[in-house]
Design a protein around this ligand. Sequence first.
Ligand code: FNR
Length: 383
Amino acid sequence: MIVNIEDLRQRARRRLPKAVFDYVEGSAEDGFTASANRRGFDRYLFRARSLVDVSVVDRSTTVLGEKLATPLILGPTGLAGLLAPRGEELAAKGAASRGALFTLSTMSIGTIEEVAAAAPSPLWFQLYVWRDRGVTRSLVERAKAAGYRALCLTVDVPAMGNRENDRRNGFTIPPRITFTNLLDVFRHLGWVLRMSSSPRATFGNFVDLPELKRTDAVSVAQFTNSQFDPSVTWKDVEWLRSVWPGPLVLKGISCAEDARRAVELGVEAIIVSNHGGRQLDFLPGAVDVLPEVVDAVEGRSEVILDGGIRRGSDVVKAIAMGARACMIGRPFLYGLAANGQAGVELALDILSKEIDRTLALLGRPKLADLDRSALRVDVPALL
Ligand code: FNR
């Protein structure tokens, strides 16, 4: 029986071949940051108010002017289409049906156009800057033409993080059957059969790129290190401002200085994130960095917390600290692997109901009622 996100994770683990599950679950090097993303929430306890009328609980909000029924944004996740055929389309539809936002990764299996056509809006598009600025510009233009609402530039991948499981498993695109994983693939014939209806098993937005055509299988790190531009700077953010007419979002900010710089450039939203612990290890947990960024931004742009959300109470804590909404990665991927669109909807329902219950128990029936007085931050003294 699935009652929480951890149950969905267990279901996903059973349904996916090991190399695919490890790719989703994986973090960089010692996994310090990935676990700090979770542990960070333990440092905040609640201050509940009693005898408050909580007969009507309202978790709706707006993000960049978009009305959301729940303060959740599905984060960009490359290769989500390996978890279920047309996985990105299913996840985008699931998000829309629950009043959440979906962000399509540059590195998706479904293309910019396919996902836009399948999913009712609203959608965001996440961008990596390619060495070839012609490719970058064409991604931006395709996203614009397909009606994506915001452009979300990920700034924490100047080089690919060191994900050792993917190296050990020989995880490639497209996935290969090798002597080492033969038995495991055989144990997951359900996945093999399901995936046989997938339109492709490679990065959909780049099927025409010679580098993908030339080699029949490539590791994610090899491919991205050869394509992503490590020389990207704030100048490129200014350039994007000039070619993208809509709201611009920076994902992967982890200190006050960068948050201030982003605000000065008129960036509409800042996502405090360490890429789910998949990039630089030994960054603090995302929620640990949140107050620093919220204070630096001083309300001049929206702040979104990304990383480690597994409970509705995590979302409530982040919003009380000043986040506008939270982004989730693995939780909806577990749902997608467990049961396609319905699994994504289940993940969102679980978190949304936990948010509602937490708000009621806390005596703050609306998200707008939340502020830092709902939290105790002097926790070490209390534990
Ligand atoms: C990611 N993430 C990510 N981020 C991004 O900007 N572009 C991308 O293509 C990807 N790809 C990706 C794949 C997979 C399998 C995962 C798990 C994550 C990071 C993602 O958007 C988000 O920052 C983290 O997943 C948040 O942490 P949680 O919610 O997974 O703990």
